[in-house]
Design a binder for this molecule. Structure first.
Ligand code: UPG
Ligand code: MN
Length: 558
């Protein structure tokens, strides 16, 4: 069933086959009750072997059953959104479209190689969106000259790459992904041009990798480019001043390259780091970017991506705008979250990294209750809301908002102003990290931030386009997986146990089902205990000759 008519920019569709699913869920529920009944009525009597083990397994089954019941809140009401970008183009000219600031975060040039980071940056620079409305910020939490060097190289390559992508409607627009997956020349492109771009890209990657390997930028580059003078020998990742450099000024003349296509603004940001000053990880980096971008572009929409999650769908901004700009249904949507899809999963996916259940089943279900959580990457926010604005029915976003250049201000002046907003002291005695920007103090800062936004009355939307919007790298080794799951499990449990427990902050503000969705993630880590019990104890009992399950011969065990 599709709600919506021709003027809507997006439609909301309810999940199919729900009657069948409800029947199935009811049968599981009935079976669960029967198992509980069986456990309660067959407890070995006092003194009998295995009494406590029986009670233990009964508790494990009760917990798993209750957790399953909570999980059904995510399954009963899924919705799917479909955007109509062609209607957006009919209604809004390029000039009328809102500005978009894209934040890419990186933290370590060793584990996040600069050549990968710039591929992500290039993929978002090449969105099918007016360049003068697009601003890309790279936050480098390591403050590394190597990452800056890579971005400087990328800013030059972008002059060829961005027009190339737009001219030949290339997908995906991450050069690394494109050249490693596509080996044939598109029809519209001459072989010469294609190989020229490919070679240009490959040579750039070789130069970047050489510099990263040596750990040093070549002298001739340092001598000829002022940008590198901001670094000196004393600077370390944990101790350096703030650096803001506008590598491409999309609103200036230098952005118009030879084909007459303007490039998006490209800015390098390394916030100040000092020993003893807490930097609040990614949330701190995001909040610095919100401030820095407010003097350079101040776009009403912010997209944030992790540096290992490139844009795989160049239409994604337009699709998102369909949701946010829809006059009837979009006014209360604070953020639009895309799934975390990964390109490096193999068909076995032994650690369950593809997150298919969460992305394809759970999140449309949470969306049905009023809003998917914010999961930190591939998410478009309204700047105003991220900065603390509560929902009000009468509020209308100023989509034309943006920085109006002070006529006699140079780029250097602007960089200086921006730099002062990325220092350690600029958040002292402010609400940053509390009511403004991303919340501090939680390992999954994004989830708690999203929850806070929803408690201020806003909704959020989940978009699951056929062509994945972003593709990232999932952990590949068991160790990386354990670290990742521990962080998510621990982080969500911490929120559950804190004053940001969804019920405590959300009662009367969120629907009961929505609170249960947050509980599912909050309690996820605790399911390790019953699971562990279930996996270990019955096998040990088996060795001792104690049976915790009905025997096949006892068919009539009830
Ligand atoms: O001090 C820091 C630490 C991390 N990052 C960046 O934050 C992103 C995510 O960090 P990562 O270490 O890759 O965390 P993951 O556990 O892989 O992240 C997942 O889980 C996080 C917590 O929910 C979300 O923020 C992420 O978006 C999501 O991909 C990366 O781009 C990092 O470069 C910083 O900018 N500064
Ligand atoms: Mn990651």
């Amino acid at each position: 069933m599709t709600e919506g008519h021709d003027s809507r920019l997006f439609a909301t569709e309810k999940g199919k086959g729900m009657v069948a699913y409800r029947l199935y869920a009811t049968s599981v529920l009935v079976s669960t009750f029967l198992i509980w009944w069986y456990r309660a009525t067959h407890v070995p009597s006092i003194g009998e072997k295995g009494r406590w083990l029986w009670i233990g397994i009964s508790l494990a089954e009760i917990y798993i059953g209750l957790y399953w019941i909570v999980s059904q809140f995510l399954r009963l009401n899924p919705i799917y959104r479909h955007a109509f970008p062609e209607r957006l183009s009919q209604r809004y000219s390029d000039k009328q479209l809102p500005g978009v600031d894209v934040f890419v975060c990186t933290a370590d040039p060793t584990s996040e190689p600069p050549s990968m980071v710039i591929s992500t940056v290039l993929s978002v620079m090449a969105y099918n969106y007016p360049s003068e409305k697009l601003n890309v910020y790279l936050s480098d939490d390591a403050g590394s000259v190597l990452t800056f060097y890579a971005l400087w190289e990328a800013s030059k390559f972008a002059k060829v790459w961005v027009p190339f992508c737009r001219k030949h409607t290339i997908e995906p627009r991450s050069p690394a992904a494109y050249f490693s997956n596509i080996h044939s020349v598109p029809d519209t492109c001459s072989t010469k041009e294609w190989y020229y771009v490919k070679e240009l890209y490959e040579n750039m990657v070789i130069r970047i990798n050489t510099v990263v390997k040596k750990g040093k930028v070549p002298e001739e580059v340092l001598a000829n480019n002022n940008g590198f003078s901001k670094w000196n020998e004393e600077m370390t990742p944990k101790d350096h001043p703030s650096i803001v450099q506008i590598l491409v000024d999309g609103k200036g003349y230098d952005a118009v390259e030879k084909d007459g296509v303007a490039l998006p603004t490209l800015v390098y940001v390394a916030r100040e780091k000092r020993p003893g000053q807490h930097h609040n990880f990614k949330a701190g980096a995001m909040n610095s970017l919100i401030r820095v971008s407010s003097v350079i572009s101040n776009s009403p929409i912010i997209l944030n991506v992790d540096c290992d999650m490139y844009s795989n769908n160049s239409e994604c901004i337009r699709e998102t705008l369909c949701l946010l700009l829809d006059e009837e249904q979009g006014q209360n949507i604070a953020f639009v979250q895309y799934p975390q899809d990964f390109e490096n999963n193999n068909c076995y996916d032994i650690y369950g990294n593809s997150l298919t259940v969460n992305m394809a089943l759970d999140f449309p279900g949470v969306d049905g209750w009023g809003g998917t959580p914010y999961i930190g990457t591939g998410c478009f926010h309204r700047r105003e809301v991220l900065c603390g604005r509560p929902y009000s029915k009468d509020y209308r976003e100023n989509w034309a908002k943006g920085v109006v250049r002070i006529s006699d201000e140079t780029i250097l002046d602007m960089e200086e102003r921006a730099k002062s907003l990325a220092t350690c002291t600029c958040e002292l005695n402010t609400e940053w990290g509390n009511g403004i920007g991303l919340k501090y103090g939680y390992p999954v800062e994004d989830v708690v931030t999203g929850l806070q936004i929803q408690c201020r009355g806003w909704k959020s939307a989940y978009c699951y386009p056929k062509r994945a919007a972003f593709l990232g790298l999932a952990p590949t080794t068991l160790e990386q997986c354990l670290v990742q799951y521990k962080r998510w499990g621990e982080g969500n449990l911490q929120i559950f146990l804190s004053k940001y427990n969804a019920f405590l902050v959300g009662h009367r503000k969120l629907r009961f089902g929505h609170i249960m969705c947050y509980y599912l993630y909050g309690l996820w880590a605790t399911t390790c205990f019953p699971t562990w019990y279930y996996v270990v104890i019955p096998s040990l009992c088996f060795l001792q000759g104690i049976s915790l399950f009905p025997k096949v011969s006892h068919i009539n065990c009830f």
